[in-house]
Design a protein around this ligand. Structure first.
Ligand code: C2E
Ligand code: MG
Ligand code: MG
Length: 649
């Protein structure tokens, strides 16, 4: 028999039993009870252990799940981090062309991106170098020592612009931004940052700057830059008690060059003159182009008028040197006005204006001369001169305009034509009537340019009406004495008609008696020429020139306009009534059309109708109006007001 388990052997011994001796019943029962008890205990123990084990397993399972979830969170976070870092890097690289890091000694430890190559540097060659060791690398608005101080102080860098000369000689620019890095314990570990290539932006900035300060045609300073320079020079002159001279140089007759040779040639002339002026001044002086054919010179350290006059004359001489245009030798002259600081003014604008005034005076006193601003100028004379200076620009600035005043048939009320009347829309003084500027334009010779503009505009307008309405509207243009004396008048009129396409019959010229009487023979020849084209001619302001109608017989004309000074009082003054009646009758006997101007009342209309006057013009029918109003007036065929006169007559 196998050896008994120790526990069982001890149990049998305790109960005085032996494996070899059959037990008595009582001892046997006792043994069985103990064994059953032991089994029961063992069962309970096993159960308890199983329960404990199950708890441990569950706990383990929970732990495992927690670990898994932590792990997956870590994986997720890591991926997120990697993605965001990649995003950041690519964004940083997109927004910048360079990613760099410096160590604690400010030497490059890493760089990536294209910028170094763009400014002619090999990225690898940068490693180990400090920014100020990089050959040709220079800050633009500061210097390396100040930047180094900033780095030493561990301050961030914001948009520091550096440049480097490229192999082709141009400059490449970069904008650098960076910040210090610190370890968790706060120790400084170096710098990290980005850089952007801003070369194109810099070039654009320079271009804008050039446009803002330089005249693109001549490369000289422009008006704005000249003013800034003048302000600056004035500040210095005030501080050091020095004087300054401002010279206004205006080319004479430049408009003619433009008209005759075209704008391209005009531009060439301006370039040549700009160069000549630059060569004629000293290095400390400044020259600028401040308007179409206007230049300004700022001369330093001159208060001797004699020497200034010499200087001005030298400028005139250099301008007047001949040059070749289209194979022809040409020359232009100029007029120069000079204003002095502090004698003539303390402020830039005052000096500018007074030099302009003096220049205008130089023009008036015969061109190609120098004039100083004069304190003797009375305010009104000065005013006139300032106005005259402005008028020279009014044409180019589009400040002139034409109004049109209808003329109507006294009998039918039908529109027979319009008179073009010029106005100057002055920027400060408002709408100026002709008498405020035409006499001045006559004196200065500007009337030619103005007259030319009026002729072209009026013809173009009449031609436009022609295309817009079935009834043609004749336009009358006033000529000034100087225009009428111009030998090119007929050619100019022919050109205006040809260029606009207006038939000659739809153009009428208004000239005064005195204009004709000044040079009767020439006048007659000119009138023959224009009438041969088919253009109509009327005598304006008739009755004021004391010339007899008999003398007018010699002139080829179509009509007369009775001056409004007679019309004004025809109803009350028997003299004026008699004169007007006589003019109408005599004009008719010469087969001339008669227009009464300045008609303001119904009584005047009735008087004129009774005397057989052909046409009337005046506020009674219409004031001078913009061109846009004329068609509506032309369509008022019935002319109700005149019919009312007819009924009451
Ligand atoms: P004008 O040729 O005798 O023109 C008629 C003037 O009388 C115009 O004055 C007109 O507005 C004004 N007027 C018309 N109806 C009446 C009225 O019923 N009552 C009064 N009190 N006045 C009336 P405006 O426009 O001031 O022109 C004045 C002068 O300026 C013109 O006299 C003309 O000699 C001249 N003018 C106008 N335009 C030009 C132009 O383009 N070139 C030239 N050289 N001279 C012009
Ligand atoms: Mg007139
Ligand atoms: Mg008149």
């Amino acid at each position: 028999m196998n050896r008994l388990h120790d526990l069982l052997a001890r149990q049998l011994e305790a109960d005085e039993l032996s494996p070899d001796v059959p037990p008595d019943p009582a001892a046997w029962r006792n043994l069985l009870a103990r064994v059953a008890g032991a089994y029961g205990q063992a069962d309970q123990e096993r159960q308890r252990l199983a329960q404990e084990r199950d708890g441990a397993v569950r706990e383990l399972e929970a732990l495992r799940r927690e670990r898994e979830s932590i792990e997956s969170r870590v994986v997720e976070r890591t991926a997120e981090l990697a993605a965001s870092e990649a995003r950041f890097r690519s964004l940083a690289l997109l927004g910048s062309d360079w990613f760099w890091e410096l160590d604690t000694q400010f030497a490059f430890v890493s760089t990536s991106g294209d910028l170094p190559a763009a400014i002619g540097l090999a990225a690898e060659a940068l490693i180990g170098m400090r920014p100020w060791d990089v050959p040709g690398f220079e800050p633009v608005a500061c210097d390396w020592p100040s930047l180094q101080a900033q780095l030493d102080a561990h301050e961030p860098l914001r948009d520091v612009v550096v440049c480097r000369q490229l192999p082709d000689g141009r400059l490449g620019y970069a904008s650098i931004t960076g910040e210090p890095r610190f370890a968790a314990d706060g120790t400084f570990t170096g710098y990290r940052g980005i850089g952007r290539d801003i070369t194109r932006q810099k070039i654009a900035e320079e271009k804008v700057n050039r446009l803002a300060h330089y005249d693109p045609l001549t490369g000289l300073f422009n008006r704005t830059a000249f003013f800034q320079g003048l302000e600056h020079a004035l500040a210095l002159a005030r501080r050091h008690n020095r004087s300054l001279a401002v010279l206004f140089v205006d080319l004479d007759g430049f408009k003619d060059v433009n008209d005759a040779f075209g704008h391209g040639t005009g531009d060439d002339v301006l370039r040549v003159m700009g160069r000549r002026l630059t060569q004629a001044i000293r290095g400390t002086d400044t020259v600028a182009r401040v308007g179409g054919d206007e230049f300004m010179v700022l001369a330093d350290l001159v208060d001797d008028e004699g020497r200034l006059r010499e200087f001005g004359q030298r400028l005139l001489d250099t301008i007047a040197e001949p040059f070749v245009l289209d194979g022809q030798e040409c020359r232009v002259s100029a007029s120069i006005g000079i204003a002095l600081f502090p004698k003539d003014g303390e402020e830039a604008t005052t000096l500018f204006k007074k030099a302009d005034v003096a220049m205008y005076r130089a023009k008036e006193s015969g061109r190609n001369s120098v004039a100083f601003f004069s304190v003797d100028d009375t305010p009104s004379a000065q005013d006139r001169v300032v106005l005259g200076a402005g008028l020279r620009r009014a044409l180019d600035a589009g400040q002139l305009l034409l109004l049109y005043q209808p003329k109507v048939s006294t009998h039918t009320g039908v529109l027979t034509g319009v008179e073009a009347l010029v106005r100057w829309q002055h920027p400060e003084r408002g709408l100026l009537p002709p008498h405020a500027f035409i006499p001045m334009a006559e004196d200065s010779g500007l009337i030619r340019a103005i007259g030319h503009w009026v002729m072209q505009s009026a013809c173009a307008q009449a031609q436009q009406w022609r295309t817009e309405t079935a009834v043609p509207i004749r336009v009358a243009v006033n000529l000034s004495a100087r225009q009428f004396g111009d030998e090119h008048l007929a050619a100019e009129i022919a050109r205006a008609l040809a260029e606009t396409g207006l038939p000659a019959e739809l153009l009428e010229l208004e000239i005064t008696e005195s204009m004709m009487m000044a040079h009767p023979d020439r006048a007659a020849a000119t009138l023959l020429e224009v009438r041969a084209m088919g253009v109509q001619v009327s005598i304006d302001d008739f009755g004021t020139g004391y010339s007899s109608l008999a003398r007018l017989k010699k002139f080829p004309i179509d009509g007369v306009k009775i001056d409004r000074s007679f019309i004004r009082d025809i109803v009350t003054s028997p003299d004026d009534a008699a004169i007007t009646t006589a003019i109408i009758a005599m004009a008719h006997s010469l087969r001339l059309r008669v227009v009464a101007e300045g008609v303001e009342s119904r009584a005047q209309v009735r008087f004129l109708r009774e005397r057989g006057c052909d046409e009337i013009q005046g506020f009674y029918y219409s004031r001078p109006v913009p061109a846009s109003k004329i068609l509506a007036i032309a369509q008022r065929h019935s002319a109700p007001r005149l019919r009312a006169v007819e009924r009451s007559a």
